[in-house]
Every structure is written in structure tokens, then in C-alpha cells.
Design a protein around this ligand. Structure first.
Ligand code: NAD
Length: 419
């Protein structure tokens, strides 16, 4: 995604505080906490690139492999001016918990280059990708570390990465996921995160008697994740009453015309607020709108004590974005009886289908879209139910339960390996 800003609390700080709570409940030994907190390997590189004017610019790049006890490290590469080592480590750590929670045989990693891709020509963007790939290729590999797209990168960037890596190692499609389908990408990958989110919501809806049909939905962010969540919920009969992007958005008490808005804002990349079919609102006004499901699908740290945790008026927060809720806001929402379905459960659909892509590449056997979606549903349902059962058994928050499951799986793998 583009346009993400650094919030008051970094993703790293948010995940650390959440980790401590679950580690206490699991009574993890101090050495194990240290092992699970620290990265297995962190590589910092200089990324020289010849620019269009003939000069050479040097960017800073990172690849952090947080943990690989359960399988090869897995995680996206972002191109963003604020993608520093701390931010990348926080995101790599979340990937470890996410892959463990949905029980796919991967660990966690993340990469970043401190560059603003909007300021690069296409040729310069390719140059950054190839130079970064050359510098980190020694720590990549289909059984070592498998990147994917993230903020500021896309399927084309993954295609260049594949080409650069394969020039050294030979044809290796399984070294990267999120590729174009014609280069071995998986059907269903583009919409997988949104689809996985909605699968979780359907499970919750059945368990807790909150029907999706006719429910009111408010969504912040109308990019890949937010737009697909809106579309799938609309297909299930929900009323998406408000949606925003970076420039604000729209409210329509009767429900927005989601398929038309999807075409306008997602396919044609036009601002949500320019769509005719609602009253314009700001991102601040969004939080006050009464709804059943509130779906932050843009930035980290947007739900916080200072601005909106006390005024949000919903039954369930569905964390489609990474780290949208700060720990103090989490406590306020819990006191107010609002359920928060945590990010690394609900937005894991993307990495699950990345895993399917890797499997298809290793076997050189593409799956049908039906198979991708039905196996995704199964993975999401299983993870959701395991978290739900622990929530009920221990009477704890969903996030804490999800952390407990993920941490115990990674700790068990570490112990079995002799640590
Ligand atoms: P995207 O770039 O496709 O869309 C982001 C949307 O957020 C855009 O509509 C943008 O205008 C909006 N936005 C940006 N700044 C905003 C602001 N200040 N206020 C309101 N809206 C703002 O990104 P995406 O891929 O949809 O990712 C969204 C979130 O989901 C991120 O937190 C990302 O880390 C997380 N996520 C994405 C995936 C995936 O597969 N794409 C997987 C897991 C998690």
C-alpha cells in the first residue's frame, strides 16, 4: 500500500507489548522470550542504483529474518521512506506469529528499502529491485526465505526479483510469491486477504448471532484489502454505510453502491470521495459512525486512546490492517465490551495463498481458483476456531488467545530443535 505514515506508536512497539502479555500467561522462560523476540538474522545493505539522469543514488535496504523454526522465513518487501530497521523487525515478528497461527510451514521475515517509489521512474524502480535482490540473494531461497509484495511493491516488482534471483540460481519460481499469474503466481492471491477477512467474519457471525446480512459496515482504507472486504460483504447482503481512503470518503445510510465504488476507487484508482452516491466525510468523522463491523484497512495505530477509542460505536473491530489498534486502545475497547478480531488472524489470507503459491511452484502444478478459495476457507476457519475456543476456555481477549497459540507453536518448534 502507499501513503502509510508513522504513527505515535510503531508496529514494533505495539507487537512487543502484546507479546509480553501472552508470554506471561504462557509462563515462557526468559531465554525463550529472548529467542522469540530477537531476529534470527538481520541484514542491512546499501542499494546503489543508476538513476535516469546518469547519477548513482544509494538507498538503505534491510531483510530481517525473525524466526525460521517452523519453516523458511516468509514476508513482504516494502519500498517506503520510513522502512527502517526497527519497523521492518516489528513487521517480520508479526509474520512469525501470523504463519504460526494459521499453521503454515513458514517462519517470519520482512524486507524494506528506504525509498519513495512514487518518485522513481519505472526503469529506476526496476533498478532498485534488481540491486536490492543482488545484495540479499545470498539469504533468500525457496527453503530459506521467500519474499512477497508489501507497501510500495507489487507483482511486477516480484517478477523482477524472480528474474534477478533466477539469473544466478536457475529457474526458481518458489523463491518469491505474489508474482503475476503468467509467471507462476496463484489465482486468487490478489483478493485473498479480503476474502480471508470475510471468512473470519462469517465464522464470528454464526458463533455470536451477528448476521452479516443487513449488518452495518464501516471501512477505513479502500485499497486491496478494504475494497475486497467491501465487495465480498456486499455480496453477502451487508450494508457498507461508509468508506474512506487517504483523502476522506463517503457515508450513505442506505448502503453505498459497492460494485460501482469498487470499479471507481479500486480499479480506476480514483478518490472515494469523488464517487457520487453519498455524503462526503473526513477520516476523523468515520470513527463516530454507528455500525456493527468496523474494519480498519489502511494504517497502523489509527485506533488509539488519544483520538477515538472511547467514541468508536461498533460491535466488532475487524483488524484488516496491520497493528491498527494501540495496546491502550485495546484495553479501552475491552472495557467497553467491543470485540477486536486481531490482525494476524483476520488478515492472514494473503500469506495463506502465498503458501499455496509456493506449493504450486514446487510441484509445478497450478490449482483452480475454487481449490484456492476452499483451502483458504478451511485454513481460516481452523485458525479462527482454535482462537475462539481458547478465548472461551481462558476468558481472555481474542488477541491474547491468538498470541498464546502462535507463541506456543514457535516455542515448541524451537524446543524440538534443541533450543
Ligand atoms: P493499499 O495501498 O492497496 O490500500 C491502502 C488504502 O488505505 C488506500 O485506499 C489508501 O488511500 C488508504 N489510506 C492511506 N492512508 C490513509 C489515511 N491516512 N487515512 C485513511 N486511509 C488511508 O494497501 P493494502 O494492501 O490494502 O493494505 C492495507 C493494510 O492491510 C495495511 O496495513 C497492510 O499492511 C495490511 N495488509 C495487507 C495485506 C495484503 O495482502 N495486501 C495483507 C496483510 C495485511
Amino acid at each position: 500500500m502507499s501513503g502509510q505514515q508513522r504513527t505515535t506508536m510503531s508496529a514494533g512497539a505495539i507487537t512487543k507489548s502484546q507479546f509480553d502479555l501472552a508470554a506471561d500467561l504462557l509462563e515462557l522462560e526468559p531465554y525463550m522470550r529472548r529467542l522469540l523476540r530477537m531476529p534470527f538474522r538481520s541484514v542491512a545493505v546499501e542499494v546503489p542504483v543508476r538513476m535516469d539522469d546518469g547519477s548513482i543514488e544509494i538507498f538503505r535496504g534491510y531483510r530481517v529474518q525473525h524466526n525460521g523454526a517452523r519453516g523458511p522465513c516468509k514476508g513482504g518487501i516494502r519500498f517506503h521512506p520510513e522502512a527502517d530497521e526497527e519497523e521492518v523487525l516489528g513487521l517480520a515478528t508479526t509474520m512469525t506469529w501470523k504463519t504460526a497461527l494459521v499453521d503454515i510451514p513458514f517462519g517470519g521475515a520482512k524486507g524494506g528499502v528506504q525509498v519513495d517509489p512514487r518518485k522513481l521512474s519505472r526503469r529506476e524502480l526496476e533498478g532498485v529491485t534488481r540491486s536490492f535482490t543482488r545484495r540479499i540473494s545470498i539469504v533468500l531461497g525457496p527453503y530459506r526465505d521467500i519474499p512477497a509484495p508489501d507497501m510500495g511493491t507489487n507483482a511486477q516488482v516480484m517478477a523482477w526479483l524472480l528474474d534477478e534471483y533466477s539469473a544466478r540460481a536457475g529457474y526458481t519460481p518458489a523463491v518469491v510469491t505474489g508474482k503475476p499469474v503468467s509467471l507462476g503466481g496463484s489465482l486468487g492471491r490478489e483478493e485473498a486477504t479480503g476474502r480471508g477477512c470475510v471468512y473470519c467474519m462469517q465464522e464470528y457471525s454464526e458463533d455470536f448471532g451477528l448476521p452479516i446480512k443487513d449488518s452495518r459496515v464501516v471501512i477505513q482504507g479502500f485499497g486491496n484489502v478494504g475494497a475486497h472486504v467491501a465487495l465480498f460483504l456486499h455480496e453477502l447482503g451487508a450494508k457498507v454505510v461508509a468508506a474512506t481512503d487517504v483523502d476522506g470518503g463517503l457515508l450513505n445510510e442506505n448502503g453505498l453502491d459497492v460494485p460501482e465504488l469498487f470499479a471507481h476507487a479500486y480499479r480506476e484508482r480514483k478518490p472515494v470521495a469523488e464517487f457520487r452516491g453519498g455524503q462526503t466525510i473526513t477520516n476523523e468523522e468515520l470513527w463516530k459512525i454507528p455500525c456493527d463491523w468496523l474494519v480498519p484497512a489502511a494504517l497502523g495505530g489509527v485506533i488509539n486512546r488519544e483520538t477515538n477509542a472511547r467514541i468508536i460505536d461498533c460491535k466488532v473491530v475487524v483488524e484488516a490492517a496491520n497493528s491498527p489498534t494501540t495496546p491502550s486502545a485495546d484495553r479501552i475497547l475491552e472495557e467497553r465490551g467491543i470485540t477486536v478480531l486481531p490482525d494476524f488472524l483476520v488478515n492472514a489470507g494473503g500469506v495463506v495463498v502465498s503458501y499455496f503459491e509456493w506449493v504450486q511452484n514446487l510441484q509445478q502444478h497450478p490449482w483452480s481458483l475454487e481449490r484456492v478459495n476452499s483451502e483458504l476457507r478451511e485454513k481460516m476457519r481452523r485458525a479462527y476456531r482454535q482462537v475462539r475456543d481458547l478465548v472461551k476456555e481462558r476468558n481472555i481477549a481474542w488477541r491474547t488467545a491468538a498470541y498464546m497459540i502462535a507463541l506456543s507453536r514457535v516455542a515448541e518448534a524451537e524446543r524440538l530443535r534443541g533450543n
